[in-house]
Ligand binder design. Structure first.
Ligand code: AMP
Length: 287
């Protein structure tokens, strides 16, 4: 197990990264809000495998929480996070304060394009602007790198990719597959909030996605029918308050009129179990 170097200041991490890049080394970057689990660890593994130096940022970004969301209760455990980074071979951990990331306050949020409009964008109106703003700042701080993001937050990944391209940032966004529990529940820092009864119902999201993908595989071409199949499964969980079940084009997030053979689509679901909001998604290609 290695011991990552910890930086709390922008100047400190930048000086270190400038020196590293001057040797021709490539930088892999894993932005996180901490409370790391095997999903985050898979991103670190991907960076360590492909890049010469891996930086993990741990920063709970106040901007992406609405006033009624869980900013103050968001789980934190820096020592455990550091151990996880070390076990997976990360070289640097960037752990800034809020004032280090936003020295003059938050300023104007980054404008999010059309991919951030529906689904999560509709349910959490200021969320993607907050994400795009902090990630743009982190990308500017870290500089030229490959950034490893999880498909768990599939729409967020599309928003970040678009933002990096629009702002001309020298960052290649690499999408990494979702890591799940044995029963299909996607790992999430927020899963610790689930009461035992809620935890038992939580795999219904993944089951619904698999049922939707199966309908597609057996020739259903109407997105509305695929959504209905997913909703029927989601309704099996008595305590789930469904937010959305959707079928979209994975690049534009537009709902296709019909699903032609060979078309790639993304199936996405979101809902609340008690106080915990869960999201999940899978990709599929029409036969
Ligand atoms: P967060 O700390 O929740 O902001 O997540 C940081 C990064 O980890 C994001 O790119 C997430 O998409 C990714 N991530 C979170 N959970 C998972 C998971 N279960 N599998 C893969 N990546 C994940």
């Amino acid at each position: 197990m290695s011991h990552p170097e910890v930086f709390e200041t922008v100047a400190g991490v930048q000086a270190r990264l400038d020196a590293v890049r001057a040797t021709g080394a490539s930088v892999g970057f894993v932005p996180t809000m901490g409370y790391l689990h095997e999903g985050h660890a898979s991103l670190i593994d991907a960076a360590v495998a492909a890049d010469d130096l891996t930086v993990v940022s741990i920063f709970v970004n106040p901007l992406q929480f609405a006033p009624d969301e869980d900013l103050t209760e968001y789980p934190r455990d820096f020592e455990a996070d550091l151990a996880c980074c070390g076990e997976h071979g990360a070289d640097l951990v960037f752990h800034p304060s809020v004032s280090e990331v936003y020295p003059e306050g938050a300023g104007e949020p980054v404008v999010v394009g059309a991919v951030g409009g529906p689904l999560e964008g509709a349910s959490r109106p200021s969320h993607f602007a907050g994400v795009a703003t902090v990630v743009s700042r982190l990308f500017r701080i870290i500089g030229c790198c490959r950034a490893y993001l999880g498909e768990k937050d599939f729409q967020q990944m599309a928003v970040v990719r678009r933002m990096a391209a629009d702002l001309g940032l020298p960052v290649e966004v690499v999408g990494c597959p979702i890591v799940r529990e044995a029963d299909g529940l996607a790992l999430s820092s927020r899963n610790v909030y689930l009461e035992p009864g809620e935890r038992r119902q939580a795999p219904v999201l993944h089951r619904a996605l698999l049922a939707g993908a199966e309908a597609l595989a057996t020739g259903v071409v109407d997105p509305g029918v695929v959504v209905a199949v997913m909703e029927a499964v989601l309704n099996e969980a008595p305590d789930l308050v469904l937010d959305y079940a959707a079928v979209v084009d994975p690049d534009t997030f537009v709902v296709p009129e019909g699903i032609a053979g060979g078309t790639r689509i993304r199936l996405l679901v979101a809902g609340r179990l008690g106080h915990t909001r869960l999201i999940d998604n899978v990709g599929a290609t029409a036969p």
